[in-house]
Design a protein. Structure first.
Ligand code: ZN
Length: 431
């Protein structure tokens, strides 16, 4: 007699680190892999060119996942005779979830939500965002299928459903996986204090009672932080936008500049739509909005920068006008800070350098202070804190909880069933 196949979940990477989760769900001859990022370890000092497959594996920056990577990269053939149905999925554009997507074998379909599918090639157009694909020119991004949200995708015996979620990467989604006998949920990066907590609650309702919940736990990674410490500043994205608007209203005659993080496109769009001043972006950022969303915004070039063809010339604002302005513009400063006006205000909203953990941060802040420019950091986290994580787990009521993407997986608990703390390479058979 033949045994009935069982659902297995294999945890390849990104478990006790913040980022880089790589997990496979398999059933009989079908399997899916999610996500395809690289663990962020700036202390290794590796450039994109240094990051060969061997280096990535050796430093555990990606998982040693069989039967998904391009054989031109690994030197190992994929066992297509056994794995008749394969697919991969990426939850959002952040590099710790997407950077290795070009390593996926070309014949395996890669699904993401529609916004992520448009953003990734736009972010990688200069070839400095993603790892390169084998035998392809710089700037190449392998095909990505923009999945219809909330609609089933068939991968042999496995059905995927990509659902809207909320994170500080625009277009972030979560994944619900149905095998013939089990349901597994992958939260991706998630929070309840963003622009769309309602989407997260709908995701929770859809995945309620799942057999396994794979949840991120960035928010419990630093238990030594005192209670409330992470709550300084805006409590949610809406409050953050309101504070940015308020700074403009309170300072009718003062130069005001800002910067945000590249992939937090939604924050940028809100700032553009709500600001009383005219928002002007650096040309590169304007190009991203144009390429990914076909949105036209006012922009400027720093001296000596090459013109970007797809930006409309009538939307260009001259750099000298920005430098001289004290009331009309709210503009993105990305360098050349020496030229900013003394007495001005600069708002640093999760832009790079990100924070104290980066050695570049302190000197960056002090540079503004030395020039007599007020430096204001307005942050809002992309991740659920400990309290929100509890609420999310309670929404899903999982039979098994598998915390990943955190320095302290043991701090996430499951009042509704079991909890497992997966090790690298560990396989769980759900029966
Ligand atoms: Zn993320």
């Amino acid at each position: 007699m033949t045994l009935k196949p069982k659902t297995t979940v294999t945890f390849y990477n990104g478990l006790t680190t913040i980022g880089g989760p790589m997990i496979e769900v398999a059933y009989d001859k079908s399997h899916v892999l999610f996500d395809l990022g690289e663990v962020y370890r700036p202390e290794l000092g590796l450039s994109l060119e240094d990051e060969t497959y061997e280096v990535l594996i050796k430093n555990q920056l990606i998982g040693d996942v069989p039967n998904f990577y391009d054989s031109k990269v690994t030197g190992k053939e994929i066992d297509h005779e056994h794995w008749q149905h394969s697919a991969a999925y990426i939850s959002h554009v952040h590099l710790d979830h997407s950077k290795a997507l070009n390593l996926l074998s070309p014949e395996i379909p890669l699904y993401t939500g529609p916004i992520t599918a448009h953003l990734l090639p736009a972010l990688n157009r200069d070839g400095d965002f993603l790892l390169p694909a084998a035998d392809k020119p710089k700037g190449y991004t392998r095909p990505i299928i923009a999945a219809k949200l909330n609609e089933p995708i068939q991968v042999g015996d496995i059905t995927l459903e990509i659902v809207p979620s909320d994170h500080d990467a625009y277009g972030a989604t979560g994944l619900i996986i149905h095998t013939p006998d089990k349901t597994i949920v992958h939260t991706g990066d998630i929070r309840l204090h963003g622009y769309h907590p309602d989407w997260v609650r709908e995701f929770m309702a859809k995945g309620k009672g799942c057999d396994m919940l794979i949840i991120e736990g960035t928010g419990v990674s630093f238990p030594e932080q005192k209670d409330g410490e992470e709550f300084q500043g805006p409590k949610n994205e809406n409050e953050l936008t309101e504070q940015i608007i308020q700074y403009q209203k309170d300072n009718p005659q003062r130069q005001i500049t800002f910067n945000t993080y590249l992939t937090n496109v939604e924050r940028m769009l809100r700032i553009i739509s709500d600001s009383p001043r005219k928002v002007v972006l650096h040309a590169k950022r304007a190009q991203l909005l144009k390429g990914a969303l076909d949105q036209d915004v006012a922009y400027y070039y720093l001296p000596g920068e090459t013109k970007i063809d797809d930006l409309k010339s009538e939307l260009e604002v001259s750099y000298s006008d920005l430098l001289a302005d004290d009331h009309q513009f709210f503009w993105q400063a990305v360098g050349d800070y020496d030229k900013l006006q003394e007495g001005g205000l600069y708002i640093h909203s999760n832009a790079q350098p990100l924070g104290d953990f980066d050695p570049a941060y302190r000197p960056f802040v002090e540079g503004f202070e030395k020039r007599g420019i007020e430096f204001v950091a307005l942050r809002c986290s992309g991740h659920a804190d400990a309290k929100e994580l509890k609420e999310i787990i309670a929404g899903f009521e999982p039979k098994i909880l598998a915390p990943v993407h955190t320095l302290h997986p043991e701090l996430e608990e499951n009042p509704f069933g079991k909890r497992v703390l997966p090790k690298r390479g560990e396989v769980f058979t759900l029966s």
